[in-house]
Design a protein around this ligand. Sequence first.
Ligand SMILES: [Zn+2]
Length: 476
Amino acid sequence: MKKILLSLIVFCITWACFSQTQKNTYSLVLENASVVNVSTGKITYNRLLAISSDTIKAIDDTKNIKQYKADRYINLAGKFVMPGLWDMHVHFRGGEGLIQANKDLLPLFLSYGITTVRECGGDMTPSVMKWRKDITEGTLAGPRIFTSGPKIDGPKSTWAGSLEVETSEQVTKALDSLQKINVDFVKIYESKISRQTFLEIITQAEKRRMTTSGHMPYTVKLREAVDRGLDASEHLYYIFKACSSKEDSITHAIIQSERTAKPIGLFAALPSIYNTFDAKTSERLFRYLGKSRFSIVPTLFISKTLNEIKERDHSGDNLLSYIDPKIQATYAGRVNSAKRASDESTAFSKKYALKASSLIPQMQRRGINIMAGSDCGAYNAYVYPGESLHGEVKLLVASGLTPAQALQSATINGAKFMGVNEFYGSLARGKSSDLIVLDTNPLNNINAIDQIYMVISNGKAYSRVELDKLLTSIKR
Ligand SMILES: [Zn+2]
């Protein structure tokens, strides 16, 4: 009996020691941090965050630091910690010859604190899938990638690599192929897609429980698409059309015009939509979209950049030195069309952009999930990865969102859309340790997101010096 008791005691001591070391050994402990809760807009001070691999294992008061054994401690006194940023609209594209040029953009995202991107359709899906895997496995430095793979569009699509569909069978085939490569959502484009095909894609995707997001042909009314299960709208054009008191007759005229030699395009219809904007209609629409848990990616920064191309010389932009000349060469199309536009039409574009962005606080109040997205990537001139997402967040504040709301749009809202907010987008025990450390409080002044002191991505901490080294590696 004595022997049994003795071995039991020995076992208990060994177990206690073992569990003690287990419990208190972390790869990294951040101490004295001011932790920003983007959802509540509140800060808790003197926190310690104990991190192992890619997860926050504990958050506690720094005074209890003795209980937390770690391989490395970082003192963040005076610094502000918040979840890593999500850019919810980026592109990797430009064809075979631009694969490396696109891969070289990954460090640029990280250095601006962007720890996750949502890729909205391109023409190098196998490479993007490979990067997604390598980043997750920790063998490549870059933001986590969610991707739609190729876009779905109608025949003679605008963007290379798109899956062109017309019939219901083709839609089935396209969705089969996307599911087979395990895409994270379906991106629909609207260059040549018919009303019927567009709605068919949403209906079939909904049956498969695939998340859908899109541009939308102006022959479709937003509610028809949302009723069938469309989950998100990229850009504000499609929302704005549904705010017109004449949405029905304008849509009807556009459908009729498709049978003629002169179909009415999106931009041709915009002035009459602008002139018939109706506050009551928009209020009803936003309530409906809020109830439907609809998401919107306003992409204000790219509109502003393109609208100002005529008056701004970008040749001296610092960030150009981080963009492969082959990507820079793709900027010509957007630049030339912006320069060709009449002053009158540029003035209208600006007027429209201002009006559309002024609706954002009302969308927020009605419960629409607003997501910050830059639309950066090849072809989208001077919309640089990283900086453009910061620009987007600042424009969301300028439109009337609070800094906390704008930060939600660039963190937790994206995670909600991708269905991973249990793990990403907020800082708590058991959640992702993807985070950024800022020199000043972003809730007081949103420009604080420009001063990044440190980024933790996939369990690896990058100091400012290390981030700058990453940048140097891609500098041309
Ligand atoms: Zn885009």
